[in-house]
Ligand binder design. Structure first.
Ligand code: JHZ
Length: 411
């Protein structure tokens, strides 16, 4: 299918406008076992387009979700203290503001290893996690979080309703970018929600993605990149309303938390944010047009910085085998000749290699032992947390490169 015929994943209109082509990249979470390094590695086109009808930004390629989230998924939410703290506060607020108790039901979609629902379980609030990733679902169950190992959509919501389940709260954090059948997902949430219930959805903001040049957060798992405008149009088609938004400028490079309900009662801040996005032009292609040029400039300056240091005899490693790290290494062209290895504290990732560029992933303690001159922080969204944690490496003279919004060296 050509771009001209491709329907928007939200409103179904054709006429999508492409504004960034990152070429072919391997799947960002398909970490390669060492013994498979010689085998051919699949790569897929990574092109980003804008829908002029509903303002949704989306990629054009559709890798099957089973390949992305069952066969190749080692992301565990619990490895960031920042995320754990953010989740604890969210659960606490919901319990208080919604008066949740032993007769409530909180459902989380993409509940991962139970990092968030655990907080409700601790307070005696019944929960159900839904996540298709087998290792993460097993970890959640082991932590006392009942988990259905399935993809969520309208069919599953209908089954659950037939079994007599309705959700007082539905939480979907960093998953609404990950579902190719978006209308089934949102339709399913609307179907499962109690009439007076609330849905909270978190996702990085496309406004920040463009402004901060966070092009590395574009990968095949992220089918969509949301603004308040595109999310408002999407949920309305399913009888849901955007009633509140909270903004976390430091979470994953700028995150919106949207609150949806079945009644149309927008807060003043929602009205303000929608107007601000319109005024900035997020619903017009012009807003996105010079992004490709800025991405190319950032890539060139990062590559030059690393190359100059390596040419001067310095060693460069990287921190964070993040999905965004795979986009960064592959699109900038940072192979093992420039970045020797990657460290990450998730033991499920250690011992494997980055997709495409093949750096071996090791435990972060290696930094103090090996003392590379520079560490490129691929998980730049956690730069503060990581630099604090690596104070020993820093005290030994090590420096960091933070690549986004523009490459800087922090000594
Ligand atoms: P992290 C994730 O993307 C996953 P990724 C997902 N695709 C999504 O949508 C976005 O977030 C929003 C490690 N780490 O979370 C853990 C340490 O080793 O930025 C992770 O492997 N030590 C659902 O994969 C990686 O870094 C630490 O101290 O791009 C971070 O990955 C910390 C803080 C993290 O995301």
């Amino acid at each position: 299918m050509t771009l001209a015929d491709l329907p928007c994943r939200s409103c179904g209109s054709t006429g999508l406008l492409s504004f960034l082509d990152l070429g072919h990249t391997p799947l960002a979470d398909a970490l390669v076992p060492v013994e498979q390094l010689d085998e051919p590695e699949a790569s897929f086109p990574l092109e980003v387009a804008f829908c002029p009808t509903c303002a949704l930004v989306q990629i054009t390629e559709e890798v099957p979700p089973e390949v992305l989230f069952v066969d190749n998924y080692l992301y565990f939410s619990s490895f960031s203290d920042t995320v754990m703290e953010h989740s604890r506060a969210h659960a606490k607020n919901l319990i208080a503001s919604r008066g949740l108790g032993s007769d409530s039901l909180v459902v989380e979609l993409a509940s991962n290893d139970g990092y968030l629902l655990k907080n409700f379980v601790d307070e005696g609030v019944p929960v159900l996690g839904i996540d298709p990733a087998p290792d993460q679902a097993a970890a959640a169950r082991a932590a006392g979080v009942p988990t259905l190992e399935k993809f969520f959509g309208l069919d599953l919501a209908q089954e659950m309703r037939q079994e007599g389940k309705t959700a007082d709260v539905i939480i979907a954090n960093n998953v609404m970018a990950h579902v190719p059948d978006l209308n089934s997902f949102v339709g399913g949430m609307a179907h499962l929600l109690a009439d007076d219930g609330v849905i909270t959805v978190e996702n990085p903001s496309v406004w920040d993605l463009i402004e901060r040049c966070a092009f590395d957060t574009i990968y095949h798992e992220h089918f969509m990149y949301y603004s308040c405008l595109s999310i408002d149009a999407l949920v309305r088609r399913h009888g849901l309303f955007l009633n509140h938004v909270e903004y976390f400028p430091d979470l994953h490079g700028g995150t919106n938390r949207w609150h949806f309900g079945k009644r149309d009662e927008p807060s003043d801040y929602v009205v303000e944010r929608l107007a601000a996005e319109r005024a900035a032009g997020l619903d017009k292609i012009d807003f996105y047009r010079d992004f490709a040029r800025r991405v190319s400039e950032l890539s060139t300056s990062l590559r030059n910085l690393v190359e100059e240091n390596v040419a001067a005899g310095k060693t460069v490693a990287a921190y964070g085998a993040a999905a965004k790290g795979a986009t960064m290494l592959n699109t900038v062209g940072l192979g093992t000749d420039l970045v020797s290895y990657v460290v990450d504290r998730n033991p499920h990732k250690q011992g494997r290699c980055m997709p495409g560029t093949h750096q071996l992933i090791q435990d972060p303690s290696v930094l103090v032992e090996d003392r590379p001159d520079l560490v490129l922080i691929l998980a730049w969204n956690f730069a503060t947390e990581i630099m604090e944690q690596q104070s020993e490496y820093r005290n030994l003279g090590g420096s960091f490169i933070v690549p986004v919004p523009e490459p800087v060296v922090v000594s």
